[in-house]
Write a protein that binds this ligand. Sequence first.
Ligand code: PMP
Ligand code: GLU
Length: 399
Amino acid sequence: MKELSKIALAVEPSSTMAIDTLFKQMKAEGQDVIGFGAGEPDFNTPDYIKEAGIAAIEHNETRYTPSSGTVELRKAICQRLKADCGVEYTPQQISVSNGAKPCVYVALRALINPGDEVILPSPYWVSYSELIKMTGGVPVIVETREADHFKLTAQELRDAITPKTKAMILNNPSNPTGMMYSRKELEEIAKVCVEQDIYVICDEIYYHLVYDGEEFVSLASISPEIKERTLLVNGVSKSYAMTGWRIGYVAANNQVSKVIANYLSHCTGSPSSISQKAAVTALTASQESVEVMRKAFERRRDYMVERMNSIEGVSCIKPHGAFYVMMNIEKLIGQELHGVVIRDADDFGNLFLKYGKVAVVPGTGFGAPTFVRWSYATSIENIKEGLNRLERFLKGETI
Ligand code: PMP
Ligand code: GLU
């Protein structure tokens, strides 16, 4: 048989999805395992949003919609972006698709010719590198350090730019590090991007989940010049506990939006009409439920960070957003645990699942092989028990 697509064959599976599948399988088999793998809120979608979805079905809102989303939803997105992020877009500049993940894909599709370079600071969300490859682009990974709070500096960005650079991906607040760029840091990055004329795919899906009273700044709000070059990705999955509804969007300049709309009109048809109705309610109703969830995440983060740093052999820095903690396992590398010498985060993750009965995501897939990611989008009871298990596991006990 003829060879499959070289581009497709080069794509690695998603480690976050793989851990979640394995965890769910072990759970279904009746094993006493605790999951910190999947980055999805454990809260249910708020009732008033679910009711909007049910009403959409009852009112027969069950047909195709415009391929980039209904005008009603795109207007609601514009209002929310203006109110929360201080950025103004027209409904024509918004493209809605089936979650933020395909939005990153179509954003890249709109920009990338084969061989174009896309700068990606590491640690990065596992899908970015593969999505770049899927569009024929070349990921240029720029490592950031824990000591710098995993943030890319303007100088590091400048040094990574070549004549082939088309774009960079910025995820703010970041999955997996939970770090958030300040206004000043964004201004410096924006200056380089404008000077060097590169696009930024800025994924701000965690923008509601920000802690310690810190200010979230949307990249597109920095200046009209950077807004013109920004493809702002966002969605309802994380802020409204709506991961299964599959609604995300890209906001961009007219030309980019037109190209994305053409693309979507062929490859997805339209996002779910029912989910779009629910998303309108999520975005336009009172935002109180978002605040309730945000506060719960903040309490969980505080507990997890403090407890993790009290355990010998591991450590973490305090994240300012999203719902992830990057646990540093550098001290464990080369040590023997449960009869195995730990070489990297993959070894650690496998052993911890086998002997500690806890699922975490090894940093290897994020370009950070001496870290593992814990998601705190789970109950405080699970967090306490997970960290108890970590302590026992590191002492050589089997759960
Ligand atoms: N961007 C980031 C940074 C994410 O963590 C996720 C989570 N899957 C997504 C995008 C995709 O979100 P969605 O579920 O809306 O596709
Ligand atoms: N974004 C989440 C995570 O990082 C969900 C899984 C995925 O889409 O990668 O765990």
